[in-house]
Design a protein around this ligand. Sequence first.
Ligand SMILES: [Zn+2]
Length: 259
Amino acid sequence: MALTDLIPIPGNINPGVVNAKQATMLSLLGNPRTSYSNDCQSVTNPTLRDLIVVQDVGPFKAQGLRPAVESLTTILTEVAKEQAEVYGALGSAGMLCARLVRGSATSISNHSWGTAIDLTLNGVLDTRGDKRVQGGLAQIAPIFNRNGWYWGAGFRTEDAMHFECGDALIRQWLEKGVIGSTGATGSAGSGSRQILMLGDRGPEVTALQEKLNAHGAQITADGIYGRDTQAAVMAFQSSKGLAVDGVAGAATQAALGKS
Ligand SMILES: [Zn+2]
């Protein structure tokens, strides 16, 4: 069986990995451009532009966000060891490319931040949306997954050529201070705290809401980080002289922890 032969989308793909939401990308990394089209355009945001690198990642050179390119290099080193035949066939159809998601008028592709890459096998691109994937891509997807990358075969419209840094990986960079901090979201020496923001849900959000209320907010501690929680975070940040971005990052959570 050739690496480019098509198979059905395997079961249980992307275990524990969630694709990076647009809110996460915009909140934590900023907007690469002010306007988008369906064509590749350059990144105009100067902070992001400073983080773009071109680097040899093993089988090819890639241009993307520095921590993403470094992570990709690690992954491809593992692919070389564990899936040598696939490694020998790997090529790139592009990483950094500021544009809209194909077929969408509003969604910004994660390629715009240089945190996604499209891969070819022996120069062949997997066809998007046919619910079938090149067997060779299925063989290396678990290696991407365990490094925090999401495989596009799991998208509603199957996109098996596409691999991107997952939501948790993007947040980890902020926590570790790998990417530029805006103050509120930056690393303030408390790497174990999870960054929380609009759209998040869960017990960590409930705990955050309770702390905000202890500091004078009056919101429902329902575990849903909605507009009211975002507003309460912004009011708290303002009262403490922190950067007001509505994202509960390390500095904000540290300030909330103090009575
Ligand atoms: Zn892609």
